[in-house]
Write a protein of this length. Structure first.
Ligand code: SF4
Length: 186
């Protein structure tokens, strides 16, 4: 039986992330290292989702909030990007004797790839009005909601009647660690 995980793009390719102070990502990177180590230990196969932000806005994009991506064109592009992955998931689900799809691993906090945590705020407009820009930036909040890409993925999985859980990185690490301990009889 081949076990398969679908991972958000930047879990395998940090270069796709918004340019920022790497120290701010220490906690996420520590989790990512634990995840990749379990994946390797347990010989889990990987499918990498595309990065919708990199595809649409490239490497010099600003950080965004969910509201800025929550519009028909971004959602439509997310649908197009996930379509080929969905077809692959359908093919694996059609052969349950050989394949087990464990889930899709999200990136908490992202306006695109968060599963239950995303960033929200009244952002947008000209940056040249520094006072107004600062006020808007300070209004940033983390809210309990999915990012736009994960929301689109959830909808497309439901339309295809595919039961594939969307997991946080923390949930995936806990699940894989438990599985490994059971296997080793600890
Ligand atoms: S959009 Fe998703 S894959 Fe791309 S950098 Fe953000 S969290 Fe990672």
């Amino acid at each position: 039986m081949q076990k398969i995980l679908i991972v958000s793009h930047c879990i395998l390719n940090k270069a796709s992330k918004v340019e920022q102070n790497e120290a701010d990502l220490a906690e996420e990177y520590e989790l990512r290292d634990r995840l990749l180590s379990e994946i390797q230990k347990q010989d889990i196969q990987l499918l990498q989702l595309p990065c919708p932000e990199f595809v649409m806005y490239g490497s010099r994009r600003w950080g965004h909030v969910k509201e800025q991506f929550d519009h028909p064109f971004y959602r439509d592009t997310c649908r197009k990007l996930f379509g080929p992955v969905l077809r692959q998931l359908e093919a694996y689900a059609g052969d349950p004797e050989r394949f087990e799809v464990l889930g899709i691993v999200s990136v908490e906090g992202s306006p695109s790839c968060g599963r239950s945590l995303t960033c929200s705020g009244n952002w947008g407009g000209e940056l040249s009005d520094l006072e107004e820009t600062e006020k808007r930036v300070r209004g940033l909040k983390m809210i309990q909601a999915p990012g736009v890409f994960m929301e689109v993925i959830q909808g497309m999985l439901a339309e295809a009647k595919l039961q594939v859980p969307i997991l946080t990185m923390q949930e995936t690490v806990s699940f894989l660690t438990c599985q490994n301990q059971e296997k080793e009889g600890k």
